[in-house]
Design a protein around this ligand. Structure first.
Ligand SMILES: C[S@@+](CC[C@H](N)C(=O)[O-])C[C@H]1O[C@@H](n2cnc3c(N)ncnc32)[C@H](O)[C@@H]1O
Length: 354
């Protein structure tokens, strides 16, 4: 590491706390050719049904962006359909909003960990989901223009004037007209096939001195006391999920690699912070127990969206088999003798000034 000091940890962040409550930290357009002006085009030339064609073209574009696909009782995105294996329905949107709240609990009420300057011009939030982070960030930084992108149109209409939502596939070539001061990428494990390329595009689209922040939970529960039996439903669930996501081409448990991705893209002053988040309210420490309550609700809502499409499309499991496993997973998540926690990896890095 070199350059600027590491990002400051807010006084209320959970990083330094001990899940068990004793010492250590062990448990926690236009379609005209551009060389042809309108004056050169004969309005009566060609097919008289032009109006109909235009309408149907417009309709198909709109459907592909605003439409939905349904499978196993859940609703999925239609733009670039099939790319992202999780639903985008109301239930999933509520889960995303709860996860936003969980990040705030973990970060002691802060929205981010990067040591940002007081004034920012342009900010990009990649894969913004319901847009909660982008909206909150824009409120806190009225001087900044916040662009937030996603495959799904699930963002609200009443938003701060300095936020703009765009439907975009982050895995395509980025075409932004000017560079950003800060790029935020959160909870995108299982969404991206080629992380080094994503990091490179972020690097290329930051101005010198700009910051990247990449965060996600590990999609793998850990215990410090081996309290989760190897033959438990939860253990089978996470092994199957990992296998299915890898076969799908988008590794789910990717966050332990974030630091090396950010470093390898050329960023400097790279700092990783790790935060433990219990999956149930089993810790003795009051703050971790509270976090565990939220995590438990969020996990109970997450197991179906995470697994349904991957288990049925990739592993070819029948719905009955999926639901039988999920019933066992729900029981395991309610078992306070299983001291499961996940680790949040937060990595910040700065594009060199020269
Ligand atoms: C788990 S959600 C996280 C949302 C948000 N970042 C947050 O932290 O609340 C992942 C989001 O990434 C979006 N996504 C997945 N693949 C994407 C892609 N290739 N381009 C843009 N967005 C994508 C999904 O539509 C979904 O809204």
């Amino acid at each position: 590491m070199s350059g600027l000091p590491p990002p400051q940890i807010g006084g209320n962040a959970l990083q330094a706390l001990d899940v068990d409550g004793d010492s250590g930290f062990h448990a926690l357009q236009d379609d005209f050719p551009h060389d042809q002006s309108l004056a050169d085009v004969d309005m009566d030339d060609g097919d008289s049904a032009l109006g109909d064609d235009t309408a149907s073209e417009t309709r198909s574009i709109t459907d592909s962006v605003l439409g939905y696909e349904y499978e196993n009782g859940r609703r999925y995105h239609a733009y670039r359909a099939g790319k992202y294996p999780m639903p985008n329905d109301e239930a999933e949107q509520e889960r995303m909003d709860m996860q936003h709240h969980i990040y705030l609990l973990i970060y002691g009420g802060e929205l981010c960990r990067a040591p940002l300057p007081a004034r920012l011009n342009r900010v990009l939030d990649v894969g913004c989901g319901t847009g909660k982070w982008a909206i909150d960030f824009a409120d806190q930084h009225p001087e900044a223009e916040v662009l937030a992108t996603d495959l799904s149109v699930i963002q609200p209409h009443w938003i701060p004037p300095n936020v703009q939502f765009e439907i975009d596939d982050a895995e395509e070539e980025w075409q932004y007209h000017s560079k950003f001061d800060y790029i935020h990428i959160r909870s995108m494990g299982g969404s991206i096939g080629d992380w080094p390329r994503l990091m490179q595009q972020a690097y290329d689209n930051l101005r010198p001195g700009g910051w990247i922040e990449v965060t996600d939970f590990e999609a793998w529960a850990t215990t410090d006391d081996n309290s989760l039996p190897a033959d438990s439903a939860y253990a089978e669930f996470q092994e199957s999920l990992s296998e299915a996501a890898t076969q799908f081409g988008k590794v789910m448990n990717i966050s332990p690699q974030f630091k090396s991705f950010v470093q390898n893209a050329g960023f400097q002053s790279v700092v990783e912070q790790q935060f433990k988040a219990p999956l149930a309210p089993w810790p003795k420490d009051r703050r971790y127990r509270n976090l565990g309550r939220y995590m438990n609700v969020q996990m109970l809502d997450a197991i179906e969206p995470y697994s349904l499409a991957l288990f049925s499309r990739v592993l070819k499991w029948k719905p009955e088999r999926i639901q039988a496993l999920l019933a066992g997973v729900r029981q395991d998540l309610g078992n306070l003798n299983y001291h499961m926690y996940s680790v949040v990896h937060n990595v910040c890095g700065q594009k060199p000034l020269a």
